[in-house]
Ligand binder design. Structure first.
Ligand code: TK8
Length: 345
């Protein structure tokens, strides 16, 4: 099954050029054809439209916006990295050759460093803290830094708390990470944290990970359960360790060039539908996180949960990254978020 997925990604990648150059091409993700559309919004996403929680959130956005605009606005969804990887899709938004994308906050930090705050190890411990920060003033302030790079940040969906899979050994202690060749996202805090924990991290685009795990050029990767399942990583890994070492939001964004072409009324409608889809998507992700974990256990991956003692050791070891990246994040911003989290009971 996953081999077909890789093939579809390759075909999709070839389509990228034609699609981005001609603005048309094979649609996927249940794109309905509504001929009276005055505006068509193309959305690129790195995971599947039908099975991943991010894809389900995008389908909800499409349903809401097409319905509430009475078909005046049509949404076309392109999943599985058909339109490129996270970084290239973000660059396409800056150029205005792609309208919208949903991608992890970690690669976004290459464009605006404020997003680095979300990569701090063990920043969040539960979803109450997550929703409080992402939907509050601090989260909005970080979204608004995208304006400096010609992008409008609409809201945050949820990728989730990240866990570690590997093909070598059960990870019961932080020492078990020693020398493990682990893929990380292209993000300096992720790289630094895993280096401090003794692993041997390699940054890599998401759509290259499955092959690297299957060919054993990498031992490990880390992602939320829903993605480990949706991308089929469990098929090439023996062990899954519940560590929740990072929390990754998805950032739902629209090209400034596309945004400027919308009427004020359509801007308000796009924002409203994005916010409603966000609530739905987070609920779906939290449900699928548990559901997909059980499915992976049934498929034979060995699951263990890191003890609080080991997690405290990992927190202590990775503490220096908070100081090291405080300047990039913005010291004031970091302190406001840490205070906000500390007040949430
Ligand atoms: C999907 C990626 C994925 C992320 C990663 O496009 O790269 O590991 O967790 O969600 O953004």
């Amino acid at each position: 099954m996953k081999g077909k997925k890789i093939l579809s990604m390759l075909v999709g990648a070839m389509m990228t050029t034609s699609l981005l150059l001609t603005g048309c091409g094979q649609e996927s993700g249940n794109n309905t054809d509504s001929t009276n559309a005055q505006t068509t919004l193309k959305v690129g996403f790195g995971s599947s439209i039908d099975n991943s929680s991010g894809g389900q959130g995008l389908k909800k956005f499409k349903e809401l916006l097409e319905t509430e605009s009475n078909g005046k606005i049509k949404v076309e969804l392109y999943g599985d990295g058909q339109l490129g990887n996270d970084k290239s899709m973000m660059e396409a938004l800056q150029m205005g050759t792609l309208d919208m994308t949903l991608l992890s906050s970690s690669p976004v930090s290459e464009f605006t460093k404020a997003f680095l705050v979300y990569d701090l190890p063990f920043l969040f411990t539960d979803t109450k803290q997550v929703d409080n920060v992402l939907d509050g003033e601090n989260g909005k302030e970080i979204l608004d830094t995208l304006k400096d790079v010609n992008i409008v940040g609409l809201c945050y969906f949820e990728n989730g708390f990240r866990n570690i899979t590997n093909s070598k050994t059960p990870i019961n202690t932080v020492e078990d990470l020693n020398g493990l060749k682990i893929r990380t996202m292209q993000n300096p805090i992720h790289l630094e944290s895993f280096t401090l924990w003794g692993a041997n991290p390699s940054p890599m685009a998401f759509n290259e990970v499955f092959t690297a795990l299957e060919q054993k050029t990498l031992d490990a990767q880390e992602n939320p359960n829903t993605l480990i399942y949706d991308a089929g990583f469990y098929e090439a890994q023996k062990y899954l360790t519940i560590s929740r070492h990072f929390y990754t939001p998805y950032v739902f964004m629209i090209s400034q060039k596309t945004w400027d072409k919308l009427s004020d009324e359509d801007k308000k409608l796009v924002q409203k539908c994005a916010d409603e889809a966000k609530i739905y998507q987070r609920e779906v992700n939290r449900k699928l996180d548990a559901e997909y974990l059980e499915k992976m256990k049934d498929k034979g991956i060995q699951v263990n949960e890191l003890s609080s003692n080991e997690i405290n050791k990992m927190k202590e070891i990775a503490k220096p990254v908070y100081d090291k990246f405080a300047e990039d994040i913005g010291k004031d911003r970091l302190n406001k978020i840490l205070e906000q989290i500390a007040e949430i009971k």
